[in-house]
Design a binder for this molecule. Structure first.
Ligand SMILES: [Mn+2]
Length: 238
């Protein structure tokens, strides 16, 4: 359906809906296949607003981030709300999500990764933690992982997901693990967000085999200086 459109990547939004609007202005939805890398929620004030915006944008794919997992966990198990707020959760957003069951259901079915026909793998985390959710014998690792992740969210196993998805990005520093992950998933490069790269444009590592699109878009980031929106929202390129 969207195969003929060029790819636009949107890294971690973290509740800054206003900057997201601005960043997307040069890229009309009809002309791009927009892929959101997850972590639309937490830190900023408009996490659910950002989720709804991504959900409603035509020709878009939205991936699951670890902060969506944390929020779903807090939604299901109220004893986790304090912990979730400690990682950036906004209480009013949880109340908003609690009133919107279709949005909850959509979140629970978000894919963890997508693989494009040109063998570009796209995922939230810049690491191989997703390997915990596949067997070496799976003929289609990406489909197997997405299916397993959906099962975990449906069966109250958010902690397993959080463990696999909260570790730091390793691909920029660990070439061997990057190469192995690309081999396992039959991909030629991997695109991710999750940990701000600190640059003014998406950062490419190892001859373009790993590309980070988390440019710390949200003004509510605690530890990172906000960078130009082009560090987070940009065409994928060849
Ligand atoms: Mn993340």
């Amino acid at each position: 359906m969207v195969d003929h459109l060029p790819i636009l990547i949107v890294g971690d939004v973290h509740g800054d809906l206003e900057r997201l609007f601005e960043a997307l202005k040069p890229y009309p939805a009809a002309q791009w296949h927009t892929i959101f890398l997850g972590d639309l929620v937490d830190y900023g004030m408009f996490g659910v607003g950002a989720l709804r915006y991504a959900h409603d944008r035509p020709n878009s794919t939205v991936l699951l981030g670890n902060h969506e997992v944390a929020m779903l966990w807090a939604l299901r198990d109220t004893s986790r709300i304090g912990w979730w707020m400690s990682v950036g959760g906004q209480r009013h957003d949880l109340d908003e999500l609690a009133r919107d069951e279709p949005l909850q259901q959509w979140m629970r079915e978000l894919p963890a990764l997508v693989r494009l026909p040109d063998r570009t793998l796209i995922q939230h985390c810049g690491n191989d933690g997703y390997a915990a959710f596949m067997e070496a014998t799976d003929p289609d690792p990406v489909a197997a992982i997405n299916s397993r992740v959906r099962d975990l969210l449906a069966n109250q196993c958010e902690s397993d997901l959080w463990d696999a998805m909260s570790g730091r990005n390793i691909f920029p520093d660990q070439r061997e693990r990057l190469d192995r992950w690309l081999e396992v998933t039959a991909s030629r490069r991997v695109v991710f967000g999750h940990t701000p790269h600190g640059g003014r444009a998406p950062q490419s590592y190892h001859d373009g085999r790993a590309i980070n699109f988390d440019g710390a878009l949200s003004r509510s980031h605690r530890r990172y200086r906000v960078s130009p929106s082009g560090a987070t929202v940009a065409p994928l390129g060849d």
